[in-house]
Design a protein around this ligand. Sequence first.
Ligand code: ATP
Ligand code: MG
Length: 1001
Amino acid sequence: MLLEREPELTRMRQAIREADDGAGGVVVIGGPAGIGKTALLQAAAGMAEEAGRRVLRARGSDLEQEFAFGVVRQLFEPPLTRAGAERREALLQGSAAPAGPLFDSGLFQREPADDTSSAARTATGQRGSTAPADRRFTLVHGLYWLTANLSSAGPVALLVDDCHWADPPSLRFLAYVSARCAELGVLVIVTIRDGEPSIVQEILVALRAHPRAILIEPRSLSPDAVATLVRSALGPHADADFCAACARASAGNPFLVRELIAELETERVEPVAASAGRVESVRSESVSRAVVARLNRLGADSRNLARSVAVLENASLRQAATLAGIPGARALRAADRLISAQILASSSTLAFVHPLLQRAVYERVPAAALADGHRRAGLMLASEGARSTLVGAHLLRGEPAGDPAVVVLLREAARAALADGAPGTAVRLLRRTLREPPSNEARGPVLGELGEAEALARDPEATGHLRQALELVRAPAIRVRLARILSETLLWDGRPIEAHAALVEMIGQLGPTAAPPLRAVLETLRAVTASVDRRLVAEIEPRLPLLRELAVAAGPAGRGLQVFDACWQASRGPYLGDWRQLMDTGLDRGRLVVEEPTGPQMARYATCSLVFADDVGRAQKQIADVRADTVSRGSIDAQLSSLTWGALLALRLGELAQCEADARAALELGERHQVVWARIWSAAFLALALLERDATTEADDLLARAPIEAAIDTTAAVHALLARGRVRLAQGRTAESIADLRSVGEAATVDNPNLFPWRSALALALSAGDPEQARSLADQELERARWFAQPRGVGVAFRVCGVLAGGEDGIAMLSESAERLRRSPARLELARTLFDLGAALRRAGRRSAAREPLREALELAQQCGAEPLARRVDVELAATGVHLRREQAQGPEALTPAERRVAELAASGLTNREIGRTLFVSVKTVGTHLGHIYDKLNLQGPQAREHLAALLNGNGVAVPAGPGPPRAGPAAPQAGPAAGDLQPASPSPPRIHALDGTQRG
Ligand SMILES: Nc1ncnc2c1ncn2[C@@H]1O[C@H](COP(=O)(O)OP(=O)(O)OP(=O)(O)O)[C@@H](O)[C@H]1O
Ligand SMILES: [Mg+2]
């Protein structure tokens, strides 16, 4: 029976009811130890069940903090087990699939201690997928979808008691789901104890600070309530002064009240006024001492058994007895006594009635005995086949003793933690392994594994440990693997020079006679590293013959080098060179990624090259493959790449909304994981997309925040400088713009206008101040671009030449520019050229000739979402005498390809959530797209979706046309989950449609 909890229960009931309107919710029950949080959570479980929710429960515990996803497993294992094979498969399919392995039996299995085998296999490229990737990201994403799938059968509530002890990966998942509770309609209820240090305090703080979280903080019980409890336990005759003394001693804390009563009961204290003094002496802080005293009175067996249970947290009688060294029959009697003394709970396994009691006992075990207990517990559980993560959790706390068996178990647990996407746990386990310490032979491999786990956990000690490991390990295959991880880590940190130095050193040590597959790994990475830094790039050309020879000699392991070679040729040779064939051979229909240790890296590298080469088909396929790698290996690098290169592709295709969505997502992920290159690239692309919307201030801020200076000599930084130069020009900061664009010319790793059209940009910046130099720069760019023969570069250069030349010459060049750009996928560039062409024609007095290019420019600019350009075209058209009428609708052609995909899925009846799952984008992004789609098609109201289907199928429905007041859409929601399905997420200005009356009647 709960006393004095009416207000709390009412708020809880209300929160549960509100969550039932499909909005989901988060409830945090907070307060000091013993105040009654668990009791409230218990009541909440009942209410949620009554409200028709499926309640999934879990509890954090001190030891639990060490097992990755322990809380998540507690939550989801029961429903998955109960689901039956078929339903289980359905729950874990599609986007939820990455979470599947978490719920495989995953029992502890002793693997051969030969740690070299898998490393060697990986390093020589027989099975690249054995390399653990950083799975944190996709696991959480997969679990999100598992939650969504479970919710589709009916609303779900996730209840986690003692959340402060939840393991960090589970806590990350809870925070992720809580932030999206409205999308899922899920109700999250957790308890958090005040002042309890957690490994990931910031997540707890975030949970509590969640804007929709309802915080419930149970209060202390009043003296009346304490008296009620005392009287119901010790008898209705208990004296008022005695009861008041109990209230004072416990300060109304329900746990302390109960402990006090238990103590008074066993001490047989009479509940009379005269005993009040006795009560006063049992001060609250001495409760734990009182419990221990109670325990001691039960005898040595009970005490030892209780200590064993405190170490094991939850154990069978046999396990606790074995650990305590007590024979079975005696252990049974001891357990009975502990249960009658209300220290252990009576259930199928042994556990304390309350975590505070467990802690009281645990903390009084001498440190040495505790360390010994955990060590033996770990070994005992391992021999029984327990999960290796549980074994590891005990051994982490165990006393180091140089035991090779413990080293094997800890490494095994670290491997399991990596497979679970918990590199942080793996790092702790391996650091503990070093303290065991391992044998001399094992030390190098352990340091290597530690460095690798730290690299995944983005721990700054990674490179140091990898270097130490390289000094100890002799086996070439493992050395190559370590050097690969070291260089990838350094490159990830934006330190190509160091990465390159490490690779050069390693290649030197390996010598020219080493196995070609091993050399190929290092040479591939060396070439990639050199190609992204202007200080190193010069070394590549002279080494190409050697690399090509090695690509052949290395067999399948040479595929990475083939890809590099293809990328090199793509960016440095004529557009129609035969690099495409080589690229396809190297990528080998996706086998490169799966089979080669350098595969994932090379697949990402190739994606970037294909996008810059304007090979849209291959680039799209490659982005899809990298995205698939995100899912299958859970790699953050892959996720970042698919977003970053997806943003670049969209930008080059003129799909500005898509570019913005991808670049923002990449930027957020890159900032969260401190990935220098991704932060710079995505800021550059986002800034350029924003420029097309005249959002120059935001673009400038973005670039100011990007760590450009930290990587100033790398390709990423050069692109950021190019973007910054353009933004500054648009802001009227001409001098700064000129400086930026000049530095691009100095730092560019390749003089290819399809990648770095800096001369034409600089020419525009100089056009007013130094027209001669401007023209000369534009001419040079045109010459370069013609040599490369990629239509985009030629078209852009012709445009700038045409603009600078003016007059009839200018018009001829602008026509040539349009001609070239029509052969490229650069629609926005074409729109710009057509605008300039139209304007030039109009200025030359050829008004009617000006209309056609302007009309086309308008249409293209609108399709791209380049509103400011569309407005400028609009004005220019008006000057040609075309009378404009603003219309609301443009028809389905106005949709960008990305919007078209979303529109088709929506029209086919999918919900936003399902669309997001199909296209692997967030529900929020789907909402944004739909907002644009509805705006463009002028659809509103509940029938919007039906109309959408009809429009796409070509049955023109009556869409209101003609002049209408521009719709004042709602302010674009920047944060927070999308409102329900099919809600326009952001407004866009009314569409413009030219009706010049003369030609279209
Ligand atoms: N309102 C109440 N009326 C009567 N008994 C209560 C009340 N609240 C809690 N209790 C009892 O007090 C004891 C402590 O409560 P509970 O375990 O819920 O505390 P807690 O806040 O979860 O503590 P912890 O921080 O250790 O998890 C339990 O035995 C519980 O049944
Ligand atoms: Mg509790």
